[in-house]
Design a protein around this ligand. Structure first.
Ligand SMILES: CC(C)(COP(=O)(O)OP(=O)(O)OC[C@H]1O[C@@H](n2cnc3c(N)ncnc32)[C@H](O)[C@@H]1OP(=O)(O)O)[C@@H](O)C(=O)NCCC(=O)NCCS
Length: 77
């Protein structure tokens, strides 16, 4: 029996350390740990902005597939 999904959130790498595989490694290691510690979990959700091509590239490479779309509007009041 699966118990719903987990939320994968808040990956960040300091600017001076980007482009060396740390983001991809952290994302992959998080998925591995979640599977090990929560084997009954149905899946993992990750919200990534369309324009965040580096993070989208990491998620695509690790097997994330688009399931939903959220549109955020910002108004200056
Ligand atoms: C997104 C982020 C976590 C990526 O971290 P990272 O350690 O640079 O990631 P990686 O080194 O694994 O790079 C992933 C891909 O993006 C490319 N990339 C990342 N930063 C790059 C840069 N500054 N210039 C060119 N390419 C870059 C890498 O070459 C790699 O491409 P590849 O998959 O074709 O090899 C980092 O840019 C970041 O902290 N951004 C701000 C916070 C953020 O957006 N978090 C995600 C919220 S959903």
């Amino acid at each position: 029996m699966t118990r719903g999904d987990g939320q994968h959130y808040g990956t960040g790498v300091l600017p001076e350390h980007r482009g060396h595989g740390l983001g991809r490694w952290m994302e992959a290691e998080t998925i591995r740990l979640v599977r090990e510690r929560h084997p009954d979990l149905g899946g993992l959700l990750a919200d990534t902005a369309d324009g965040n091509t580096y993070m989208r590239g990491i998620n695509d490479a690790l097997g994330y597939v688009p399931t939903h779309r959220t549109v955020h509007y910002r108004f200056d009041l």
